[in-house]
Design a protein around this ligand. Structure first.
Ligand code: SF4
Length: 431
């Protein structure tokens, strides 16, 4: 085996776990015969790499921890010398025994060397996969696999993604003292901001809590004044005052005094390189529009039977002012007629489904969890460079379930090059 570039602990863990090594007449560094009866449980947290391994060394059967390194000297480099968690290792497995372990003599465990015992063909495939410079190493191979296998893998990725998001939602739910309406409101606001203005939208929804906005749902001007005033956009240095802006300012001054409101800094909002329909002014108007008509949005979404029901709640015509404005005080030939279908679908994918899935998990409602998965299959795929890249490799993107699954796989497996922990990687390596 000549190219050690991609010999990593990850690869050695894989080889050990699946016993992909030539174990014939395997001996420790002091010449005792080794029989691997059970490689142990793979530990992904701190501490030794495998626990409860069963290894016969010489005449003695040992049950305990196994630690794996590329080089023998990594034991000291990784600081295990003084760590009591590593005191009861039964076997040290290394790719290459370069130098003796320097730490405490008591920690001189029996060691086996895997060099010359690995499967060259398997390693070459692994090396070829990982040596791809792309952050999607199997880009040219995934399309060769059986489509039903890829489909199953995508389903698993989707469920992992929903679980991962649900964990974050539940943390926020605890922070908001168990108020699901607030969680849904904050997630919806953030999703409306897209990536660029997600944080300002999150802060804005925090600066306008539900009990406050619910007092003004029957007063259009006051409601929108709260949003534009608190966002700071009403005080942008470049704003031109027209009749609508003037009315918003007048209302906000009164509301700010009454509720001791402190507007946000207008410079935190990003307009650059955005399509006018996604300008923060438009998104703030859309958030105000949704919240004015649905101040109890969580319960409404909870009662929805289908994606279509949720769409009907969110697809709303914009106030007339926005039909020829993208920015406050600056008329334009075109404007925004309504919250678009694509925006609504993005809100459902990034806010409604994750929050309802988290709620279903919290209330142990499996049928609702399944319903959320069905909703993802009923929504169209998102379109971006990443989903295009998967589509070009043969992972066709028909629905949001697939696009979310590929986004999850890319973030959690492909980009960090965890192909060995991925079913696709395992399939490719076993071909
Ligand atoms: S992690 Fe899986 S899907 Fe991603 S590149 Fe590696 S093998 Fe392919």
């Amino acid at each position: 085996m000549k190219d050690f570039k991609y010999i990593s602990e990850d690869y050695l863990h894989y080889v050990w776990k699946y016993r992909m090594l030539d174990a014939d007449a395997l001996v420790t560094d002091d010449g005792q015969l080794v029989e691997i009866i059970y490689p142990g449980y793979h530990n992904h947290h701190s501490g030794p790499d495998f626990s409860h391994a069963k290894i016969r060394i010489g005449d003695q059967l040992w049950v305990g921890n196994v630690e794996i390194h590329v080089l023998h000297s990594d034991w000291d480099k990784h600081g295990h010398g003084g760590d009591p968690a590593y005191n009861n290792i039964i076997l040290h497995v290394v790719y290459e025994k370069d130098v003796a372990v320097l730490s405490n003599v008591k920690q001189q465990f029996p060691t086996i060397e895997l060099k010359n015992r690995l499967d060259n063909a398997h390693f070459s495939k692994y090396n070829a996969l990982l040596s791809s410079g792309r952050d999607f190493p199997c880009q040219n191979l995934i399309g060769l696999l059986d489509q039903s296998f890829v489909k199953q893998w995508l389903e698993k990725q989707l469920i992992e993604r929903l679980m991962q998001k649900a964990e974050l939602v539940q943390k926020d739910w605890q922070f908001f003292k168990g108020d699901w309406d607030t969680v849904m409101y904050r997630y919806l606001a953030r999703a409306l901001g897209l990536k660029v203005n997600a944080d300002p939208m999150w802060w804005l929804s925090g600066a306008l809590p539900l009990p406050l906005i619910r007092k003004y749902t029957d007063n259009d001007l006051a409601f929108h004044a709260l949003y534009f005033g608190q966002s700071g956009l009403l005080f942008s240095p470049t704003i031109r005052e027209d009749g609508y802006v003037h009315a918003l300012l007048t209302h906000f001054q009164h509301l700010a005094r009454r509720h001791e409101l402190q507007p946000m800094d207008p410079t935190i909002w990003r307009f650059l390189r955005m399509r006018p329909g996604s300008f923060p002014t438009v998104r703030v108007a859309q958030l105000a529009l949704i919240m004015q008509h649905m101040p109890h949005l969580f319960s409404l979404f909870l009662q929805a039977n289908s994606v279509e029901d949720v769409r009907q709640h969110l697809l709303r015509p914009m106030p007339e002012y926005w039909h020829n404005h993208y920015i406050l005080g600056k008329p334009s030939k075109r404007g925004v007629q309504s919250i678009s279908a694509s925006t609504v679908d993005r809100l459902i994918i990034n806010a409604v489904v994750p929050v309802l899935f988290a709620y279903a998990q919290y209330s142990q409602d499996e049928s609702r969890m399944e319903k959320m998965i069905e909703w993802m299959y009923a929504l169209p795929s998102e379109r971006n460079a990443l989903t295009e890249m998967f589509a070009n490799s043969g992972v066709l993107q028909f629905d949001a379930a697939t696009s979310q699954a590929t986004i999850h796989a890319h973030q959690n497996y492909c980009r960090p090059r965890k192909c060995l922990q991925c079913a696709i990687g395992n399939k490719l390596l076993s071909r």
